[in-house]
Design a protein around this ligand. Sequence first.
Ligand SMILES: CC(C)(COP(=O)(O)OP(=O)(O)OC[C@H]1O[C@@H](n2cnc3c(N)ncnc32)[C@H](O)[C@@H]1OP(=O)(O)O)[C@@H](O)C(=O)NCCC(=O)NCCS
Length: 170
Amino acid sequence: MSNLDDLVLRKPKLEDGLAVNELVASCPPLDANSSYCNFLQCSHFADTCIAAEADDQILGFVSAYPIPSKPDTLFVWQIAVHESARGQSLAPRMLEKLLERPVCEGIRFLETTINSSNAASRRVFERLAAELNANLQVSPWLDSERHFDSLHPSEPLVRIGPFNQPREDL
Ligand SMILES: CC(C)(COP(=O)(O)OP(=O)(O)OC[C@H]1O[C@@H](n2cnc3c(N)ncnc32)[C@H](O)[C@@H]1OP(=O)(O)O)[C@@H](O)C(=O)NCCC(=O)NCCS
């Protein structure tokens, strides 16, 4: 098991792209990405992505971005935690640290998709919703037959929020 004592949670940089690509590829059931995609996440989307590094190794990564048409909503694209670092709350720590960034000040909702067979991922988001004292709603979104030609399981949409309410809304 990886020792997370010296863990650093930080913004990714362009040079992390390949290591992130390899981490994601080693974390089924995540879809593997092109390395190009991970280079974009580690550069253009670095402000809303987070890397967890220990001993010069990337052990965790969250890719996310504010939805262009819903700037108060952060869409979490993928979370990957190296097998050796699982079960130590690294995923929730990365999500919480990301939400603390000034760039997320206006974020009131978080959306993601969770494949119904991914119990670990479901637990991470259920616990996050409880931590944020926010509702968690699940609705159909990407359907296996309709959108993936039955080549991929359905990806229901999970929406958490509102949280971080401005004082005047309380
Ligand atoms: C889902 C994932 C990101 C969770 O990361 P994590 O840092 O291990 O999260 P946590 O430590 O909070 O554990 C979450 C759940 O994982 C499970 N878990 C605990 N230890 C584990 C281990 N050693 N190995 C696998 N799963 C474990 C538990 O069900 C735990 O829930 P619980 O604490 O209520 O029992 C990680 O398992 C992963 O990368 N999986 C593969 C990729 C994936 O499915 N990503 C999410 C889809 S976006």
